[in-house]
Design a protein around this ligand. Structure first.
Ligand SMILES: Nc1ncnc2c1ncn2[C@@H]1O[C@H](COP(=O)(O)OP(=O)(O)OP(=O)(O)O)[C@@H](O)[C@H]1O
Length: 357
């Protein structure tokens, strides 16, 4: 029998608040007084035959990178919303268990960031998953609002800020002022879409199948949102779809940039559209001109993207110093002072009793 100390017992009985950034690519957890305690890939590995979840997060990614015939890996969150409810619930529960270093119990309040364009049905699925892992109160904040707070912006001030959050599954564009999102849009085009386009390019041009891992690597090494100053080359390995044999091709950065041109243009055009729409609110446009468009989210680190947006909008552009943690930092601020931030929270369910669930 294991011995449980008095402090363990006290901790087990303590009500816990949790902040969650439920991203398409990564899941981050914030605990009050401790800060960001976990940052892991949003991935689940399942036994192919039984369907049982055998690994989550980093462990699932490690399996994903190797070929294992008996195991399938999935990303249960697509475009910022739950695509596989059961797998997401297990993923959240196991990552919270890891963050707390003990069993998941006594969760009281959860603040969860969601994309701007989430529908009520999609929100309900996130809510149900949070309640299933034990939350008694669930609050939602829109991702760009959380990111703005995470970088120190005051969402209640009268001045306007434009935040563009480019994640794995969605690009959220938001003009924030007076505690609300004055205008905004969520595009289902972001980092994952760029990877898919790189994979398609190899298939079409070389008849070569490459992994998502390889596409990510190519993106990080040589992709750019504008014409690069120098021609970079890279050797890429894949499987020739015709012969079924491995093959290596040498690619140039120009080819890759052509492949992702369409996705980048759609993101830039949407930002431009939102700037142009501010013609009816010139004072907000002037605020943004003074402060700059703020880029956050992992995808904002695509080379040349800030410069391209600056050129096309005639607005200054600032890229976050730490774009992949702004949202969770904002979620953390909110959970530390829920009363203050209550007016900016989105759909808000309160679980009063088991019957309400
Ligand atoms: N240096 C980089 N250049 C380009 N893209 C990058 C870079 N670093 C990370 N990314 C991309 O950032 C994305 C992940 O960002 P982030 O963690 O903010 O997304 P997420 O919150 O999980 O997704 P979402 O908000 O869409 O649900 C991935 O698509 C990844 O490829």
């Amino acid at each position: 029998m294991s011995l449980v100390s008095i402090s363990d017992l006290v901790n087990l009985n303590k009500r816990i608040d949790i902040g969650l950034d439920l991203g398409t690519a990564n899941i981050l957890i914030y605990l009050p007084e401790r800060g960001i305690v976990l940052n892991e890939p949003a991935m689940v590995a399942r036994d192919r035959a039984s369907g049982e979840v055998i690994a989550v997060g980093k462990d699932a990614l490690a399996i994903h990178e190797k070929i294992h015939p008996g195991i399938v890996t999935i990303r249960p969150i697509a475009n910022g919303v739950i695509a596989d409810y059961e797998a997401t619930t297990v993923l959240i529960r196991e990552l919270i268990r890891k963050a707390l270093s003990r069993s998941v119990q006594n969760i009281y309040r959860m603040v969860i960031s969601v994309p701007l364009g989430i529908t009520p049905v999609e929100t309900r699925a996130v809510y149900d998953a949070a309640v299933k892992v034990g939350a008694k109160e669930v609050h939602f904040v829109q991702e760009p609002m959380a990111a703005a707070i995470g970088t120190g912006m005051d969402p209640f001030e009268a001045a306007g800020n434009m935040v563009v959050d480019i994640g794995g599954g969605t690009t959220d564009i938001a003009v924030i002022t007076l505690g609300g999102i004055a205008s905004g849009e969520s595009l289902r085009i972001a980092g994952n879409d760029i990877n898919t386009r790189i994979i398609q390019f190899f298939r079409n041009r070389y008849n070569l199948a490459i992994s998502d891992y390889a596409a990510e690597n190519i993106k990080l090494q040589m992709a750019s949102a504008e014409e690069p100053q120098e021609d970079l080359t890279m050797n890429v390995q894949g499987m020739n779809v015709g012969t079924g044999l491995p093959e290596t091709v040498t690619i140039h950065s120009g080819f890759i940039n052509d492949a992702l041109k369409h996705s980048v243009s759609l993101i830039v055009m949407s930002i431009k559209k939102h700037i142009e729409a501010l013609i009816v609110k010139p004072e907000i446009a002037l605020d943004i001109l003074g402060r700059g468009i703020f880029l956050t989210g992992g995808g904002s680190q695509l080379k040349g993207l800030d410069h391209r947006i600056k050129q096309e909008t005639n607005m200054p552009v600032k890229v976050s110093q730490d774009p992949m943690t702004d949202t969770i930092k904002g979620v953390g601020e909110i959970i530390e002072d829920l009363k203050h931030y209550k007016p900016i929270l989105g759909v808000d369910f309160k679980v009063l009793s088991k019957e309400d669930t």
